[in-house]
Design a protein around this ligand. Sequence first.
Ligand code: GLC
Length: 483
Amino acid sequence: MNKILFAASECVPFIKTGGLADVCGALPKEFDKEYWDVRVVIPNYSCIPEHFRNQFEYVAHFWMSAGPYIQNKYVGILQYKMDGVTYYFIDNQEYFNGFTPYGNVLYDIEKFTFFDKAVLSMLKHIDFRPDIIHCHDWQAGLIPVYLKNEFSADSFYWGIKTIMTIHNLKFQGVWDIKTMQGFTGFSADLFTPDKLEFKKDANMLKGGLVYADYITTVSDTYAQEIQSEYYGEGLNGLLSARHFDMQGIVNGIDYKVYDPNTDPKIYVNYDLESFRKKKAMNKEKLQAELGLAVDKKKYMIGLISRLTDQKGLDLINYAMEGITDEFTQFVVIGTGEGQYENLFRHYAWKYPDRVSANICYSDDLAHKLYAAADAFLMPSLFEPCGLTQLISFRYGTVPIVRETGGLKDTVEAFNEYENTGDGFSFANYNADEMLQVINYSKHIYFDKKRQWNQMVERGMTKDFSWNASKFRYEGLYNYLMGK
Ligand code: GLC
């Protein structure tokens, strides 16, 4: 049996702030249980819903120190099994008691330093010694560092391999070296430019990228992009130096959760045969629920996103008047930076029958919007993979994207003359270019409905389940275990 441990800061259905949680929730379930025992470890946040936490079982506890600032801390290990996967939860009431998994950056860095060391330390207290620890994003970045340094003196840890997966290079866990020494207990020679030092500070993700046996990211294009200065967030030099040990493996989505034919959260279920009529029924119901003009002929564009710079919202800000003409409706779901929340609130006030701003995160409403919308807008500045365009395909909603990262790899631009493609895309980070493409999509929607519907069909029949990508992870795991 091959043993893999996912270490991450979030995982569906327990705790989610972004796509990382969806991946850590969906992927471990996909592997063939006869050969793969894939488990997951995350912190035991007190903001995980009660009904889960009540079912977590106590496994063991111990006391652990890291650097001088993290001394004699309690580490509890809890466990929960679901759908054949074992989940571990690192318990410490002091660190993981917030209303959200993240808050103050410095405290987050301390918490996840504690978490990373606790993950390695817990392996001696559970009946599971992984062949590979699969680390996700900066929060798990110090696991490879601890493994290859402090823990390498202990033969129990010999031969355990690590993978560092980048879901978003923007976040790295950076603080000054002195403080990081205080948290980690690492010796000074680890804080050099070839290791954890980064522009005179210490960088947790960089540590992971230096010490992991292998690096992956969540699409081919992003794997290329991050080796360039524009997308590299200061780590492009390191990433290009390690490019032989790096690949992009595109994310999938959970095809059981996202299935318009069975989804209990949408108003009317539908499939490839019935979407023409039934998507319109979903649209009318949603229009009524959100207080928009009820008219199935309106072109409904959806946006479901964290409202941050990454998502290209300043382009939307610039082009909003042009997007929301009298034949179009725009529905937003998400929370984030105040300026963007207010932007959408403003337009919802200005055009109440056209714009709906849902400044919240509601999974139920998100499903309803995937089912109701005609198009889905993602003009991202960068996008490691993006999951919402994949969900849109599944629901017959046509993505309009900027050609970056995973968006470029998963959306094929519509070609009117050859009748190919499944979405609309533009290359440059430019609001006029975006608006032009949105206007072109309106033209196809209103004037060439047959072609539009064929495009929808092509999108709905694309396969973005984990089927293909899970084999790529298996191949990588096998390669590393043989290495
Ligand atoms: C991050 C990225 C997103 C990706 C997700 C899961 O949220 O921003 O592009 O799809 O991680 O890998």
